[in-house]
Design a protein around this ligand. Structure first.
Ligand SMILES: C[S@@+](CC[C@H](N)C(=O)[O-])C[C@H]1O[C@@H](n2cnc3c(N)ncnc32)[C@H](O)[C@@H]1O
Length: 315
């Protein structure tokens, strides 16, 4: 892994201003379309309380998700018993994940060094990877943060999609959690509780309360037909990000996601009353994340207005 100096400082003036407003607490959140190295260069040292980063996995493929409507359209797909179905593509989102592994790791290293710089002394980074890179990235994080700053190797386990004929199906991602300094945020009471595996062994009261998750998180992927689904490939479940944001930050904190995709981290931050700075270089991703955040903020505002004293009478 080589190290080069960050180009930096190339954000559009309006983006620079929006980022500055969020950093100083005048703005609630912003989404920037840019290479994240430029976004990171615009952030002052130590301003971020929590970073979550979900870089491409170096799959060597273009990640694509098409949504189709059957029954209409020009294209035809084969069906059961030789039947044919017409369909049309109603949305098609893609980004390239084709960088060779060495280059991918070099690029990631530059960004992780920058993330480390912008983290507050109590800040931490959750870095989301999978079997293709987790072993390289763990060593990289040990080098940049120090092995003594390693907190957890979280396993996000899901169960969806095909089965390998000749090996165990690969159905988990790895999220490496490192702290910048000697103390960090871990708000146990804010963490969602989950059912005991053997509730009969713990008694009714404990069983009803549920238990804290361990470092293995069983959670479904975003279901294909759910309202949560944006159509952006590799969208992560909002529950996953809500758990991370709730556990490792406080209300008002600044959350950074430099590989924002469909904006899941921003939605979690907005729901939990944090500030957010998101970045992605893909125009489609930024458009989706902006639409998603705008809808989320409207929902939050409507709920707030409905909860205000006198709201019911006025309705
Ligand atoms: C795995 S996806 C993130 C998905 C996201 N967590 C979500 O829930 O939708 C990775 C994203 O990183 C973006 N990306 C990759 N390299 C980047 C770079 N150098 N600067 C900014 N964005 C980048 C891609 O465009 C892609 O949207």
């Amino acid at each position: 892994m080589t190290s080069r100096s960050a180009p930096g400082g190339r954000l559009a003036p309006a983006d620079l201003e929006a980022v500055g407003a969020v950093v100083t607490g005048k703005g609630q959140g912003t989404i920037v379309e840019a290479d994240n190295l430029d976004l990171l260069a615009a952030l002052p040292d130590g301003c971020v309380d929590l970073a979550y980063a979900d870089p491409p996995f170096a799959t060597g493929r273009v990640r694509r998700l098409e949504r189709i409507r059957t029954g209409e359209g020009e294209r035809v797909r084969p069906g059961f018993a030789g039947r044919q179905y017409r369909f049309e593509v109603v949305s098609d989102h893609a980004y390239a994940d084709t960088t060779p592994l060495d280059e991918h790791l070099d690029a990631l290293e530059l960004r992780v060094r920058e993330i480390h710089r912008v983290l507050a002394p109590h800040g931490s980074l959750y870095l989301h990877v999978d079997w293709r890179t987790s072993h390289h990235v763990r060593l990289m994080l040990d080098e940049i943060f120090g092995p003594e700053r390693f907190l957890n190797e979280l396993i996000w386990a899901y169960d969806y999609g095909g089965r390998s004929p000749d090996r165990w199906p690969k159905k988990h991602d790895t999220i490496l959690w490192y702290a910048k300094g000697e103390t960090w945020r871990f708000v146990r009471e804010a963490i969602d509780r989950i059912p005991y595996l053997a509730p009969d062994l713990v008694g009714p009261e404990k069983a009803a309360r549920g238990k804290l998750p361990t470092d293995v998180w069983w959670m479904t992927i975003v279901p294909p037909a759910s309202k949560e689904r944006t159509g952006y490939p590799t969208q992560k479940p909002i529950r996953l990000l809500e758990r991370i944001v709730a556990a490792s930050s406080l209300p008002g904190d600044l959350i950074l996601d430099p590989y924002a995709g469909s904006g899941t981290t921003g939605v979690a931050a907005a729901r939990l009353g944090r500030r957010w700075v998101l970045g992605d270089r893909n125009t489609e991703a930024v458009a989706i994340a902006r639409r998603r955040l705008a809808a989320e903020l409207e929902t939050i505002e409507a709920a707030r207005a409905a909860a205000e004293p006198g709201a019911a009478e006025g309705a």
